[in-house]
Design a binder for this molecule. Structure first.
Ligand SMILES: *Cc1c(COP(=O)(O)O)cnc(C)c1O
Length: 360
């Protein structure tokens, strides 16, 4: 019998041994405002026609390896410029992983501002790639000179910029992003996971910058359960990424569901507009609660800081069945911060009732 501990120590690299797996708390029975999901369930008629489409699926066959029909639908709905080639992923997380497999490894470095989306660092370390995080300014804007300095010094294979940024909610300045794309020696990923709530995009610039790659996802605008992300870039990148993508990574149920449900993209767009409106009201209300600082957002969540301590407030919300994300301790800049997904009126009110009571 081999000793389990020595097996792992001998064969699993230290950078992976030191990682924690992505933590997802149990949310059974909770009002779930922690993961930027859409609160809107499918309408009954759409659900019915969707299930009919699924019932015709030949599940004994492999799916279309190139997801051709789904890609046509995605191009139409998301207005992907013709000159962009597309790679689909099992969520945009998988596409970040593909980029890391393509460009990472020993003696390679990825750069990203921090705090930002945790998977940039997680996947860097998992692929044995150096990760350099450049702290944001206190107002969550880019520390532009330091970012350019880190790029000059580390010559990163890839720079990750979430636009808007998670968990801070803001977009970095376009002129600064442009300069980063110009100065970066390798790929620059602009991750537009929250595009539905923001309206600004770098998709139109892909043709002007050979090192620019744009990520999108359907997760934040109503289809988190499908796991469908897209990467838009010049063919020089997608050709290489296609070699690493596992065949049939988009299963047949996701392909058929994605195509069918995107046929109702107008509804998803309307829901996003509703979330934007609710975000405004939620922001105004929180902004008037003593002890709370709330930050402007171009996403479907709000970042707030509480003078009562985030651990305490998070616990009080949880006692009332409201689950939000406690960011305290995850980064120096996020001391006593909570991140709240903007939801439907009922759930927003449930959250506001507790948070105002706790702060009164
Ligand atoms: C949520 C999120 C993603 C991941 O989306 P999936 O498509 O669900 O994997 C990627 N980037 C950012 C910045 C996110 O917040």
């Amino acid at each position: 019998m081999k000793d389990t501990e020595s097996l792992i120590e001998t064969w699993v690299s230290p950078n992976v041994r030191e990682l924690d797996s992505y933590y997802v708390p149990d949310s059974t029975g909770m009002i779930k405002l922690d993961a930027m999901e859409s609160p809107f369930a499918l309408d009954d008629a759409i659900r019915k026609s969707w299930l009919e489409a699924l019932s015709r699926v030949d599940v004994n066959r492999y799916p279309d390896a190139d997801s051709r029909e789904l890609k046509i639908q995605i191009r139409q709905c998301l207005e992907i410029p013709e000159e962009c080639a597309l790679v689909l992923g099992n969520g945009s997380d998988e596409l970040i992983q593909l980029i890391a497999i393509l460009l990472g490894g020993e003696n390679r470095v990825f750069v990203s501002p921090t705090p930002s989306f945790s998977m940039y660092q997680q996947i860097s370390l998992a692929t044995n790639t150096g990760f350099v995080g450049v702290p944001l300014n206190p107002d969550f804007s880019l520390n532009f000179q330091e970012t350019l300095g880190a790029i000059e010094k580390n010559q990163p294979a890839c720079v990750f910029l979430a636009y808007p940024n998670n968990p801070t909610g803001n977009c970095f300045a376009d002129s600064q992003i442009r300069e980063i794309i110009n100065q970066a020696p390798g790929m620059v990923v602009v991750d537009e996971a929250y595009n539905a709530f923001c309206g600004k995009s770098w998709l139109g610039e892909v043709k002007n910058f050979p090192n620019l790659v744009v990520l999108r996802t359907l997760s934040k605008s109503g289809l988190a359960g499908l796991r469908l992300g897209m990467l838009a870039a010049g063919e020089h990148w997608t050709e290489q990424l296609e070699k690493l993508r596992l065949p049939y990574n988009i299963n047949i149920l996701t392909q058929v569901s994605g195509k069918h449900l995107l046929g109702h993209y107008d509804i998803m767009k309307r829901q996003s507009r509703q979330i934007i409106e609710s975000r405004g009201m939620l922001y105004e209300t929180l902004n008037n609660v003593p002890g709370i600082t709330v930050y402007p957002s171009e996403t479907n969540f709000l970042l707030m800081r509480t003078a009562l301590g985030a651990d305490f407030v998070h616990g009080e919300l949880k006692k009332q069945n409201v689950l939000v994300k406690n960011l305290n301790g995850s980064n120096d800049a996020l001391k006593d911060c909570l991140r709240i997904t903007v939801s439907c009126d009922t759930e927003n009110k449930a959250f506001l009732d507790v948070i105002t009571a706790v702060h009164s």
